[in-house]
Structure formats: C-alpha cells, structure tokens
Design a binder for this molecule. Structure first.
Ligand code: NAP
Length: 322
C-alpha cells in the first residue's frame, strides 16, 4: 500500500491520527472556523477523510471533488450528510458492532440509576443526610417484573434487551419494521409502545426521520409512574417537552446520556435533581473507543489499498472491488 494523503477533520481521538500516520500522510484540520477556507483551497487533494462527532456537511463534500471515502468515528452517522455523499459517489463508513456491549452496559446502568434513584441516594449519603435525616426514601420503581419498551431494537437495543431480561424485565419494542427473528411484542407506534412500557428506552438513530419522535403525546403515554431513558440521540426526544413533563409529573423520571445540543445541557434539565444526566459516555471506555478508532483506520487503509471498505453505511453504494 503506497502512502497517500488522508485528511482528518477533528476533534477526533488522537489514537486515530497516530494509527493513520503509520500508513499514510495525515493532514489535520482541528479548527472548525478554518475548515471552509482550507477546503476551498486544498480540498481537491484528498481521496480519504476521517471525521469525528462534527461529521461532514454536503458543502464540505462538494469542496472535495476527488473524495472517495469518509470514515466516521461512531456507529451513529447523523452528522454526516450521507445523501450528499451518495450523490457524489462517496462511500461513508461507520463503526458498528465494536461498541454494542459497552453501550448496552451503560444503558443498563443508566436505567438502574434512574429507576432505583441511585445517584440521588448517593448524594443523600455524601451530603450527610443519612446521619441527620435517616434512610434515603424507597425508590418508587423496580426493574424486576417491569416492561421495558425499546425504541430501536437494533444491535444495541438487542444487547440491552438481553441484560434487561436477566433483571426480570419483559421486553416490547417499536421500530419501522416488525422483526421476524424476535418473539418480543411489536408496537406499530412509539405511543403504543409507551402505553405498554414502564420504562421507555430510546436507542434509535438521530436524523430528520426520528427528530422529536418522543414528543408530548409519547411522554403522556409513558405516564406518571413511568421512566424515559435516552441512550440513542438527543434529537430523538423533544427536550423542552420532556423538561415540562418532568416538572409537572407527567412522567416520574428520566435518564439521559445524549442531548439535543451537546455539550449545552439546558439549565431547566440541570435543575431537576432526580433526573440522571450523563455526558454522552455510552461507549466511553479506552478499549471500546480504541476499537472504534481502529475500525476508522482499517476502513481508510482498506479503501486506499483498493479493497472494499469494512463497514459501509447502507445509504452509500459501494463500487465493485476485489
Ligand atoms: P442499529 O443496529 O442500526 O439499530 C437501530 C435501530 O433503530 C433499528 O432496530 C431500526 O429498526 C431502528 N430505527 C431506525 N430508524 C427508526 C425510526 N425512524 N423509528 C423507529 N426506529 C427506527 O444501530 P445500533 O448499532 O443499535 O445503534 C443505534 C444508535 O445508538 C446509533 O444510531 C446511535 O445514535 C446511538 N448510539 C449512542 C451511543 C452513546 O454513546 N450514547 C453510542 C453508540 C450508539 P427499523 O429499521 O425496523 O426501524
């Protein structure tokens, strides 16, 4: 494989840059403000780009006429304009599979923290209230015997279902399709699923199609004894509607790992002390993030070595390669 130029549009894990440099000549773009100017001037040089959470716009793709592959860090690729990539004949890859179990573990932990109020109970101890006021209150919810409604029963959704079943939960799900290979009850709409569920777990992808899928109506259907957990994408939940539902007791609680405008978590959500808020740490362990980074590198190296990409997204067709 001959050394070629690879553009890395950050921020991205330094591991990706280090590994790419072993095989290719890396040009790093760290400063968003400079990107457009740089791409207008130099974009024509690059066949391969690696991108982090900021993704890649259609405009940037158009500024790179020789572009062939965009390797995106993460399984969700809603920040990459895949329609523009497909139109330009550019292959987009992502990092499915290698993070599934880690994210499912985080989702289970977030659900337990939320339903059993474990973070609030810990605060009770740390603030000296166990001594001064006595025991922390009993949690209203339990996992055992409860129905977990999963919105997006894909790789991660199924791994969460397996863990939740081990906790004695019953699984229901909603997606665009009924799945022939699972026996869990299927619900045609998110509202129907929310009605059946004690805990609604969102693990669907972001993007225009799922924007605000969890709205006021779905929140009402979860009900005053129910919980919402979001480990998918912040955009899937109508955040102001969720905040209002929590303030008014329309639902009992929520656990969120993802937000509409990260890292800007609204003050109104921060003020709700019984809501569990995590800073998008679903896949955030060294081993899992390195596996994701390695897959970004492997996709780019395979492509520049005239081999097929390892993990292309379904929206961008891959031309025949040996
Ligand atoms: P996946 O295997 O593609 O599963 C996605 C599931 O969502 C599928 O079952 C799909 O079922 C369903 N879905 C897609 N569009 C939908 C829609 N419009 N309405 C309802 N359901 C829909 O993906 P995955 O690997 O499990 O990852 C899922 C998502 O988790 C990612 O896209 C990412 O946003 C998120 N994620 C978050 C973290 C984190 O750190 N918090 C980490 C990794 C991933 P149908 O095709 O039947 O609709």
């Amino acid at each position: 494989m001959s050394r070629q130029e690879v553009l890395v549009i950050g921020p991205i894990m330094p591991f990706v840059v280090e590994r790419l440099k072993q095989h290719h000549d890396v040009v790093e773009l760290e400063n968003e403000a400079d990107n457009a100017e740089f791409l207008a001037r130099e974009g024509g040089r690059f066949r391969a780009v690696a991108v982090g959470r900021l993704g890649l716009t259609g405009k940037s793709i158009a500024a790179m006429p020789k572009l062939e592959i965009v390797a995106s860090f993460g399984v969700g690729y809603d920040a990459v304009d895949v329609a523009a990539a497909a139109k330009a004949g550019v292959v987009v890859t992502h990092t499915p599979g290698v993070l599934t179990e880690e994210v499912a573990d985080t989702a289970l932990a977030l659900m337990l923290m939320t339903v059993r109020e474990l973070n609030a109970a810990e605060r009770h101890l740390r603030e000296g209230r166990w001594k001064s006021e006595g025991h922390y209150r009993l949690s209203h919810g339990s996992l055992n015997g409860a129905v977990l409604g999963i919105v997006g029963l894909g790789r991660i959704g199924k791994a969460i279902a397996k863990r939740a079943e081990a906790c004695g939960m019953k699984i229901h799900y909603h997606g665009r399709h009924r799945q022939a290979d699972v026996a869990y009850p299927y619900h045609e709409t998110a509202v129907d699923l929310a009605r059946a569920a004690d805990v609604l777990m969102v693990v669907a992808p972001g993007g225009a199609e799922t924007r605000h899928l969890i709205d006021t109506e779905v929140l009402k259907a979860i009900g005053p004894d129910g919980y919402l957990i979001n480990i998918g994408r912040g955009t899937v939940v109508d955040e102001p509607a969720l905040t209002a539902a929590l303030e008014k007791g329309v639902i009992r609680g929520a656990g969120l790992d993802v937000f509409d405008d990260e890292p800007n978590v609204p003050d109104a959500l921060l003020a709700l002390h019984d809501t569990v808020l995590l800073p998008h740490v679903g896949s955030a362990s060294v081993a899992t993030r390195q596996a994701m980074g390695q897959l970004v590198v492997d996709n780019i190296c395979a492509w520049l070595d005239d081999k097929p990409p390892l993990t292309p997204v379904p929206e961008t067709p891959v031309p025949e390669r040996s």
